[in-house]
Design a protein around this ligand. Structure first.
Ligand code: V3L
Length: 85
C-alpha cells in the first residue's frame, strides 16, 4: 500500500515488519498527523511516538524500540515475530 511503504520495529540486529492490521493503523495515524497512537499488541498496550519514532510499552516505557517507515523491499527479519529467513 502507499507505493510500497511499510512500518518496522527494531529487533536484535534487524527490523521486524508490523503485522498488516497494525501497519494500516500506523499509516492512518501518521497520515492524519497524529503525534502518537496507542496499539494493543499481544495483550499489551503500546504507544507509538511519531515525533521520536519510538514504540514504548505504556506501563513500562523503558521497554522501547526504534521504529521506521520504509519501502517493503528492505531486508527484514520477518513479520511480527514470524521469521522469513
Ligand atoms: N509486534 C509484534 N510483537 C511485538 C511488537 C510488535 N510491534 N513489539 C513487541 N513485540 P517489548 P529478536 C519481538 C513482542 O518491546 O530476536 C519480535 O517480534 C516482542 O517480539 O519488551 O530480538 C520477536 O518475536 C517481544 O517478544 O514489550 O529480533 C522477538 O521480539 C515482546 O513483545 C524476538 O526478536 C516484548 O517486547
Amino acid at each position: 500500500f502507499d507505493g510500497g511503504y511499510q512500518w518496522f520495529y527494531e529487533g536484535r540486529n534487524g527490523w521486524w515488519q508490523y503485522d498488516e492490521r497494525t501497519s494500516k493503523e500506523l499509516e492512518n495515524s501518521y497520515k492524519n498527523g497524529d503525534k502518537s497512537v496507542e496499539l494493543l499488541i499481544a495483550g499489551f498496550l503500546y504507544i507509538v511516538d511519531f515525533e521520536n519514532m519510538l514504540q514504548l510499552r505504556r506501563n513500562d516505557p523503558s521497554r522501547r524500540r526504534q521504529i521506521k517507515r520504509d519501502v517493503s523491499t528492505i531486508s527484514k527479519k520477518g513479520v511480527a515475530g514470524i521469521r522469513s529467513h
